[in-house]
Design a binder for this molecule. Structure first.
Ligand code: GDP
Ligand code: MG
Length: 137
């Protein structure tokens, strides 16, 4: 079993489609081992996305991610990291395959509904950024 980290981003919570995202996650066979609704500060968003700090969209991305609530998730499954990336779809919803979350629900390259860890190293940083051991069940 492998664990990955996911966020249901502000665009999805605002549009009340977080339930649809959670249904797609469960239908794909993931176990939700951690889940909470929180609102990030700009500073917390910057810390989370620090690998992107030199990219031109960093400021906009951190403003977007902190503008309203998100749902953070720890997901467990065999091959969870790659399978969650596949279910999310391409970064730009316009390029995402049919049936993926970003194709079905994404708004734009920035407001693309979900986040997912891209490697075991990312998951190992991202899960404990939000969850303590006691919150993972
Ligand atoms: P991901 O791993 O598929 O989420 O994509 P990245 O790690 O490359 O980028 C992180 C997040 O930054 C994306 O999910 C988008 O929300 C946002 N993002 C990526 N590329 C762009 C871009 O070109 N413009 C803007 N405004 N946001 C972007
Ligand atoms: Mg990424």
């Amino acid at each position: 079993m492998e664990r990955t980290f996911a966020i249901i981003k502000p665009d999805a919570v605002e549009r009340k489609v977080s339930g649809k995202v959670l249904a797609m996650i469960e239908e794909a066979g993931f176990n939700i081992v951690g889940m909470k609704k929180i609102q990030l500060s700009k500073c917390e968003a910057e810390g989370f996305y620090y690998v992107h700090k030199e990219r031109p969209f960093f400021g906009d991305l951190c403003s977007f991610m902190s503008r309203s609530a998100v749902i953070v998730l720890a997901l467990e499954k065999e091959n969870a990291i790659a399978d969650w990336r596949a279910l999310m779809g391409a970064t730009n919803p316009a390029n995402a395959d049919a049936g993926t979350i970003r194709k079905e629900l994404g708004v734009s390259i920035e407001e693309n509904t979900v986040h997912g860890s891209d490697s075991p190293e990312s998951a190992a940083f991202e899960i404990p950024y939000f969850f303590s051991q006691l919150e993972l069940v």
